[in-house]
Design a protein around this ligand. Structure first.
Ligand SMILES: NC(=O)c1ccc[n+]([C@@H]2O[C@H](COP(=O)([O-])OP(=O)(O)OC[C@H]3O[C@@H](n4cnc5c(N)ncnc54)[C@H](OP(=O)(O)O)[C@@H]3O)[C@@H](O)[C@H]2O)c1
Length: 251
């Protein structure tokens, strides 16, 4: 039994990795930060789980595909693949930074597809498995200051819905994870007050419990999930009016 966490070198991915210690034979952690591998292996050292760290930049198609092919060859019987790699930088509506938009889509969405191009055919052959991808509440609708990040996360949500039934037919579960604010290096960039901010450890607990239940939709914290799901069904003019008062913009 093997678990792969792509983007497991820090934040939510790393905390989630810890939840699988002692519960899987192989725990494979992927990310670009090779310098962190010795420390991660040390921190996660466990008698019954083999920790494997491998470098991958998900924006590089060849590197992603070759690394995943190698993993599949060496650690078959794949139970769970979590896509936690993510890039976020706040952006300005009128000062359009093309590189920022391109990088956000490349990491958050195209990176996922690079990974899935190897994982999906393999899980189909296996006729079992579980794919989980970390999107965000920011993907529910267009939020001010989030015109780069939000669309990349909305793309992940749409993609997960799109593959859900084909995967189900082949005994593969799909989960979409939509956290609110979690304290990591990603949110450390935010200069505004983040409501319901929680630790990465707490987020990992919620995600782990949802994944154990094979839930499709793992959206949290509860209050933000409730507010966002309500805002989503409002008529657009009412939504756009309300959001103006709920989120401050820099423009
Ligand atoms: N923190 C929040 O409030 C929050 C809320 C909603 C959703 N999320 C989502 O949760 C996920 C995890 O984020 P986090 O908050 O835990 O931030 P984080 O600590 O910055 O973790 C991001 C992870 O993505 C990996 N990554 C980034 N670029 C990569 C690339 N090109 N190739 C491979 N891996 C890459 C990083 O590893 P390397 O640097 O080693 O490559 C790291 O392991 C992201 O998808 C994020 O969008 C976070």
């Amino acid at each position: 039994m093997s678990v792969i966490i792509i983007g497991g070198t820090s934040g939510i991915g790393l905390e989630l990795a810890k939840k699988y210690l002692g519960k899987t034979n192989s725990l494979i952690i992927l990310g670009r930060s090779e310098d962190k591998f010795p420390q991660i292996k040390n921190e996660l050292a466990n008698d019954s789980t083999n920790i494997i760290c491998k470098r991958v930049d998900v924006t590089n198609t060849d590197e992603s595909q070759n690394t995943l092919r190698e993993i599949i060859t060496n650690y078959s019987d794949l139970d769970l693949v979590v896509y936690s790699s993510g890039f976020y930088k706040p952006n300005n509506t009128f000062d359009v930074d093309l590189d920022l938009y391109r990088k956000t889509i490349e990491v958050n969405f195209m990176g996922l597809i690079n990974v899935m191009s190897i994982i999906l055919p393999y899980l189909k052959k296996q006729q079992k498995g579980h794919i989980a991808m970390i999107s965000s509440l920011a993907g529910f609708f267009g939020l001010p200051n989030s015109s780069g990040y939000g669309p990349s996360k909305a793309a992940m949500m749409n993609y997960s819905e799109s593959i859900y039934n084909d995967c189900k037919k082949n005994n593969i579960y799909v989960s979409i994870i939509n956290p609110g604010f979690v304290k990591t290096r990603l949110t450390d960039q935010n200069k505004f007050e983040m409501p319901f901010l929680m630790s990465a450890e707490k987020a990992a607990n919620i995600i782990y419990n949802g994944l154990e239940k094979k839930k499709y939709d793992i959206t949290f914290p509860f209050m933000m999930s409730f507010i966002f799901k309500t805002l989503r069904i409002l008529p657009k003019p009412i939504f756009l009016f309300l959001i103006k008062y709920m989120v401050q913009t820099n423009n």
